[in-house]
Structures are given as structure tokens and as C-alpha cells.
Design a protein. Structure first.
Length: 85
């Protein structure tokens, strides 16, 4: 679920990220993406914060890539229409 969004910053929350192993895998997969400047996962709340350079990684592209990576971990993200390519 998308909790908040502003250009260059998005916070998501998933119950699956409360598992420290899944949180670590998600962080590693996401932080290696060109354009990502910061990833912070808080397993206690299942919160995922991503900061990114919109000039390198447009928001819609970030969401599609993020959805693909999260689904590899068994986490489903429904994209709002504004983020669909």
C-alpha cells in the first residue's frame, strides 16, 4: 500500500516487510536500481521508504520496477492509475 508520495520520495507499507529476512532482500534489490538515492525499511512497521532522482528514474518507471521486484518476494503492489505506464 502506498502511504505517501511526493516527487522523489515514496513510502509504502506491507505486512510482509515485518519479516527481517524479506526486508533485507527487498532493500538489497531496490537499492541497486539506478536513480535510487536512499532506501529505508523498518521491519517493526513494515514501512519502506524510497528516495530517488526523478530525472534518472521517473515515478511511473520506479513503480513498475518496484512492483516487479516486490512480487519476486511474494509482495503484491496495486499501482494507482497515475503510476501505470
Amino acid at each position: 500500500m502506498i502511504v505517501s508520495y511526493s516527487p522523489g520520495r515514496i513510502r509504502l507499507r506491507f505486512k510482509e516487510l515485518r519479516d527481517p529476512k524479506i526486508a533485507e532482500l527487498a532493500s538489497k534489490r531496490i537499492e541497486n536500481t539506478p536513480g535510487i538515492t536512499r532506501v529505508e525499511i523498518k521491519p517493526l512497521t513494515g514501512s519502506l521508504l524510497i528516495e530517488f532522482d526523478i530525472a534518472v528514474l521517473p515515478p511511473a518507471e520506479l513503480m513498475v520496477l518496484g512492483k516487479q521486484e516486490l512480487e519476486k518476494l511474494g509482495i503484491h503492489l496495486e499501482l494507482p492509475d497515475q503510476f501505470k505506464l
